[in-house]
Design a protein around this ligand. Sequence first.
Ligand SMILES: Nc1nc2c(ncn2[C@@H]2O[C@H](COP(=O)(O)OP(=O)(O)OP(=O)(O)O)[C@@H](O)[C@H]2O)c(=O)[nH]1
Length: 221
Amino acid sequence: MLDSSQYSSRRQEQKDKMNDVKLAVLGGEGTGKSALTVRFLTKRFIGEYASNFESIYSKHLYLEGKQLNLEIYDPCSQPQKAKFSLTSELHWADGFVIVYDISDRSSFAFAKALIYRIREPQTSHCKRAVGSAVLLVGNKRDLCHVREVGWEEGQKLALDNQCQFCELSAADQSLEVQMMFTRIIKDILTNFKLKEKRRPSGSKSMAKLINNVFGKRRKSV
Ligand SMILES: Nc1nc2c(ncn2[C@@H]2O[C@H](COP(=O)(O)OP(=O)(O)OP(=O)(O)O)[C@@H](O)[C@H]2O)c(=O)[nH]1
């Protein structure tokens, strides 16, 4: 049995873990995954990004009264990699930003396949106990004169698959990009709370245990 100091340090560990937020930014090649991530982290839009290596960015931020350790995974495009295996991402991430380019229909098809993969009936060992938070983003809204994917199509795909949705431009809309990331992080925090509620809390389990042991003894005296 844990003594009280072990017990409280275990609880503290659980709480600290709760403040780790892992987000994967996925989508087709050249849709603007790095542009969005870098825009969020630095508020800058940088025209070209090296796309031959994957990155995990870290950021500390304060949201809803909590200090969060945010990690953002930005993969490199690997056409040779099995496109929708996603196994490691599903294990790693608490939430997903799925990006397509509104001026490129094939990127929308790719986003759709990614969402279907994420929403497949979950395997018991995956992180997604209550369904992970997913936000579908139609990027490059500044290119709406050459739009190939309608706003309604994005909205419908998101609605049909319990995702959030927005259209924006990493190039032109810094504030919208900040809001988009904040929205998905808030959804992840809500999921954490739901998971915490569903799991019998440490203190309740401990109380139950004590009750079982001492309650029964008392009866037999
Ligand atoms: N017009 C416009 N171009 C954008 C926007 N966001 C990104 N781009 C451009 O799209 C191209 C690809 O952007 P990246 O951020 O490298 O896209 P990515 O999805 O990370 O690319 P890969 O890692 O190669 O798959 C670059 O030339 C960007 O400058 C946007 O909102 N509007």
